[in-house]
Design a protein around this ligand. Structure first.
Ligand SMILES: Nc1ncnc2c1ncn2[C@@H]1O[C@H](COP(=O)(O)OP(=O)(O)OP(=O)(O)O)[C@@H](O)[C@H]1O
Ligand SMILES: [Mg+2]
Length: 231
């Protein structure tokens, strides 16, 4: 891996076995991502986007192929070190926000910092700083059901970046939002990317993908470098 490469996939295959039928959902994915990139993975429903995201985020393992994240060969890690890699390297953002409903905005953002063993005073300052960054400093004590969809997604983004992960990994981050609110989320991604954060955003929406600095397409489990003209 070159110095500024943070992710490298070679020949990644994912098979799902149902009964005696094997379906190959990822068919030999090669992908290299450099620090500071804002990458969109664009593909239609069923093309394998979430399957790929789960592998990138170390939530699932490939059937075949080699995956390195921050230089570490993922297949070599045991469950405990995988969990550690997930916490340290990846900040997840999901279509349905996936906030803890019984915890406030503050507590949701604090959680990854507790996992990271950050001392309480530092943690408090960090949570406030993160909620301020997503312009929700005035909503710290609100529960998710007291926030709009766009506000919930901003809490989720604050949570995702709180522990300063290597990559921000977003699966259809604007999928549950109206166009205007979605555009605000994309603006936020732009400013996070300007700060040097690496973003991988998965989407079926060409318009959303067009905001990234690099687009790769996934179709039927195969990846190709692409732009928006070759649709
Ligand atoms: N656990 C599983 N077992 C069997 N097949 C699966 C499993 N998960 C996904 N698949 C199949 O893999 C294919 C890709 O699914 P995936 O969820 O990765 O698609 P996607 O691109 O994220 O779609 P969408 O845009 O609808 O979210 C689909 O045909 C799906 O049915
Ligand atoms: Mg999906």
């Amino acid at each position: 891996m070159s110095d500024n490469e943070i992710l490298n996939m070679k020949g990644i295959v994912k098979d799902y076995v149902l009964g005696d039928e094997v379906s190959r959902v990822l068919k030999g994915i090669n992908l290299s991502v450099k620090r500071g990139e804002f990458l969109a993975i664009l593909g239609p429903s069923g093309s394998g986007k979430s399957t790929l995201m789960n592998i990138i985020g170390c939530l699932d393992v490939p059937t075949e192929g080699e995956y390195r994240l921050s230089g570490k060969l993922i297949a070599d890690q045991d469950e405990a070190s995988l969990a550690q890699i997930r916490n340290k390297e990846v900040g997840f953002i999901f279509q349905q926000f996936q906030l803890l409903q019984r915890q406030t905005a503050y507590e949701n953002v604090e959680l990854p910092l507790i996992y990271a063993n950050m001392p309480e005073k530092e943690r408090h300052d960090r949570v406030i700083e993160m909620l301020d960054k997503v312009q929700l400093a005035h909503k710290v004590n609100h529960y998710p059901n007291q926030l709009s969809g766009g506000q919930q997604q901003r809490v989720a983004i604050a949570r995702a970046i709180a522990a300063n992960p290597t990559i921000l990994l977003a699966d259809e981050p604007t999928g549950a939002l109206d166009q205007k609110t979605g555009a605000q989320i994309i603006d936020l991604f732009h400013s996070l990317n300007d700060e040097g954060r690496t973003i991988i955003m998965i989407t079926h929406d060409r318009h959303i993908a067009s905001h990234a600095s690099r687009i790769v397409r996934i179709l039927d489990g195969e990846l190709s470098e692409g732009d928006l003209s070759d649709a």
